[in-house]
Design a protein around this ligand. Structure first.
Ligand code: FE
Length: 201
């Protein structure tokens, strides 16, 4: 492939998807039908804990992130797993229809899952929009903006004196001189070639 980065230009946003007991950052969200209660699709990585939750829960919420969002929200929802970390204890949320919404979001959409379509890496969840609201005015953060500014947004710091490998996609940090054979990012799933070595001075 000559340069896959052109896919960053597909106009996608930055959202926090939440469901009962968990949630994660997502970008692949589309409205795929019309009417008062349109269908909304969202792709979630299969190895993500939230994907497991969405197999047994029947509703999810999407909080729409603004450009000026506290980057901590992206860090909390994008770089950790609820398997071993309570994301909801880290950020302010409001409860709507039994789902946690990011308090700083521009607004939210609440969907009831009607279909699940599997592909090699993701499940496409298709939900019927049940409820939605605008919480404040502002510019939504695009995926492209995030990709171009994530170094400043996430400001990944590594421990001094340790060699670290930083995932250039999600900011996950692995400590060690070399990455293990066949290593993949445990958070976002990308290959070792997308990790950047830092000497830890
Ligand atoms: Fe990653």
């Amino acid at each position: 492939m000559k340069n896959k980065k052109i896919t960053h230009k597909i106009t996608q946003g930055m959202y926090v998807l939440t469901t009962k007991d968990g949630g994660c950052m997502v970008d692949a969200v589309s409205q795929i039908s019309a009417g008062d209660h349109p269908l909304i699709s969202v792709a979630v990585r299969k190895d993500n804990y939230t994907n497991e939750l969405l197999k047994r829960n029947d509703t999810f919420a999407l909080s729409v992130l603004q450009k000026e969002i506290d980057p901590k929200i992206i860090e909390v929802f994008g770089m950790h797993s609820m398997r071993d970390y309570d994301k909801f204890a880290q950020v302010n949320t409001i409860e709507i229809e039994h789902l946690q919404i990011i308090e700083q979001a521009l607004g939210y959409m609440i969907c009831k899952i009607e279909d699940r379509i599997e592909n090699d890496t993701h499940t496409l969840f298709i939900g019927r929009l049940l409820e939605a609201d605008v919480l404040r005015e502002g510019e939504a953060m695009s995926y492209d903006y995030y990709q171009n500014n994530k170094d400043e947004l996430l400001k990944v710091t590594t421990e001094t004196g340790k060699t670290a490998w930083v995932c250039t996609i999600c900011g996950y940090v692995y400590y060690g001189e070399e990455l293990p054979e066949g290593f993949k990012c445990p958070v976002c799933g990308v290959e070792a070639s997308l990790f950047e070595k830092r000497k830890g001075e």
